[in-house]
Design a protein around this ligand. Structure first.
Ligand code: ADP
Ligand code: ZN
Length: 511
């Protein structure tokens, strides 16, 4: 029953009772009966009558396992590790380790965050409760907080019943956990968030309750939520790369008859930028197309038609043209190359799968926290930032707008150098003139730029070959990249066929 109707009904009943009592009819038995019903009804677990949304955090049967989730290998590994940790409570308790209470899954919609949470519940044999941040937002003060209390109460009951614990999954958690004070007039948000924090802090060491939050906006979360003892672990769930997409397509076409002309690997390549949810919908639309044609098998054409529908229907950001992707590949390989040359073993992966605003990304292994940088280290970072643009220049003879952020980063680093007295100006006064500052920044950047431009020259062939590979596979691991670079440095050539063989074959070729 919708909320409006419920309110009309309640209001109407009260008016009717009032009218009847005015007419001299004894309404008390009816009032007592209805009142009693409401009283008991609202104390049943999961029910609150006024402004209620029945089933917030309703437990759902979950048969999803990690096997049903395609791609996301890193996320799966990190999540499993955290769960193993949670499962071995006796052992961790011996060492006095604080139990893990919360894991935050961060990434774009439709990438499988809900699936991961369900699989986590299955993996640990826990009950699964699902709620969404928006379900806690109400205009009545205190309702959101009450729903949080109820949700955790139910989780505790279920955990006690099955003795294996409960996973509380809260989707769109940013709605609930946006920084406090952002909604100036909405004390309600703060109350709800505070209640969540109280509940999480209150999870005892002998209570097996794990909270899994999901969000696409980790940047707007209240820092209090990320404090130790709350969401300690943050697991990134990115858009799948080509292999990931193929895996997901295989999972969703498992029980569907495919025509011989369907090449899933080729399809995966064409679906650049698709999320898992897009791929699921693609397969479904293709099956519908086949059904419309009265065919018993899904053909390549069905998939092609479906692709357009999914892209248009879901307003998917258009796939960049091949040429642009090639440029992105060359650019990213440039960053990775300089990253390795400046600081061996620092690159952990290179991808051209879009991530946030960036079209490509070089992941550097997280070095230990650093608070001090020497002049040489800052210059190193400037060179790595510039290498993307100069790599483009080397291969295509020109740069592009894709380097804007890199240049801003380089000038920020240069500015830090100037202010820290590490530039040719020496120690500077705080109110250094703008022109002086700018000319010093430009001097640093131009010097490093010329250095990069010279140093990158002998790597043209290397960059092009790795970029072609990246264009095809969308991702290359750091170790693989290092192997190839080493081989290139040794023989000043690499064979693209090396890239096709496994890394084992490559190892043999190198040694
Ligand atoms: P999120 O919670 O990240 O928004 P979901 O987990 O709800 O995404 O995914 C929605 C649907 O998309 C799933 O039910 C599934 O059919 C499909 N899907 C998404 N990611 C994957 C994946 N990695 N593997 C298989 N299917 C996926
Ligand atoms: Zn760049």
């Amino acid at each position: 029953m919708s909320k409006i109707w419920k309110e009309v009904l309640i209001g109407g009943s009260i008016a009717a009772l009032f009218f009847l009592s005015q007419a001299g009819i004894n309404v008390w038995p009816a009032v007592v009966a209805v009142g009693g019903f409401i009283f008991f009804y609202s104390f049943m677990p999961g029910r609150d009558l006024i402004g209620s949304k029945l089933g917030v955090g309703k437990p759902a049967a979950s048969k999803i396992t990690f096997m049903d989730i395609g791609g996301q290998e890193v996320a799966k590994r990190e999540l499993k590790e955290a769960l193993d940790f949670a499962l071995n409570k006796e052992r961790t308790a011996v060492l006095g380790i604080r139990p893990l209470k919360g894991i935050l899954l961060s990434g774009p919609p439709g990438t499988g965050k809900t699936l991961l949470a369900k699989a986590a519940a299955n993996y640990t044999g826990s009950a699964f409760l699902h709620a969404s941040g928006s379900e806690f937002v109400e205009m009545y003060a205190g309702v959101g907080a009450k729903r949080i209390r109820d949700l955790f109460e139910r989780a505790r009951t279920l955990a006690r019943e099955n003795k294996k614990g409960a996973v509380v999954f809260i989707d769109e958690i940013e709605v609930l956990c946006g920084a406090r004070g952002r909604h100036a007039s909405h004390l309600e948000y703060d109350q709800t968030l505070n209640q969540l924090l109280v509940e999480m802090d209150g999870i005892g060491s002998n209570e097996e309750i794990l909270v899994i939050g999901a969000t696409n906006r980790i940047d707007i979360l209240d820092p209090a939520v990320l404090r130790p003892g709350r969401f300690d672990r943050i697991v990134r769930v990115d858009l799948p790369d080509r292999d990931g997409r193929l895996h997901i397509l295989k999972i969703h076409t498992q029980d569907k008859p495919l025509a011989d002309d369907v090449d899933l690997s080729k399809l995966a390549k064409e679906c650049y930028g698709f999320s898992g949810a897009h791929l699921e919908s693609l397969v479904n639309e293709a099956a519908i197309n086949a059904h419309r044609r009265n065919e018993k098998e899904i053909s390549w054409q069905d998939f092609s038609d479906a692709q357009e529908k999914v892209m248009l229907g879901e307003k998917l950001d258009r796939k960049p043209p091949e040429e642009e992707l090639k440029r992105v590949s060359v650019h990213e390989v440039g960053h990775a190359l300089f990253g390795e040359l400046e600081k061996p073993h620092s690159v952990s992966s290179v991808t051209i799968v879009p991530r946030g605003q960036a079209l490509g990304f070089v992941r550097q292994s997280p070095a230990e926290d650093k608070y001090l940088y020497t002049k040489e280290e800052l210059l190193e970072q400037i060179r790595v930032a510039l290498a993307g643009a100069f790599s483009e220049e080397l291969v295509f003879g020109s740069m592009s707008t894709g380097s804007q952020n890199d240049f801003s980063q380089a000038s920020r680093l240069a500015k830090t150098m100037v202010m820290a007295g590490l530039s040719s100006l020496g120690i500077v006064a705080e109110e250094l003139g703008q022109t002086e500052m700018n000319s010093e920044i430009m001097k640093i950047i131009n010097e490093q730029g010329s250095f990069v431009r010279e140093k990158i020259k002998p790597y043209k062939d290397f960059i092009q070959k790795i970029a072609d590979y990246l264009l095809d596979k969308e991702r290359i691991e750091g170790d693989r990249f290092r192997d190839l670079l080493e081989r290139y440095l040794q023989y000043s050539e690499i064979d693209v066929s090396d890239l096709q063989t496994g890394s084992a074959g490559l190892q043999a070729a190198v040694s």
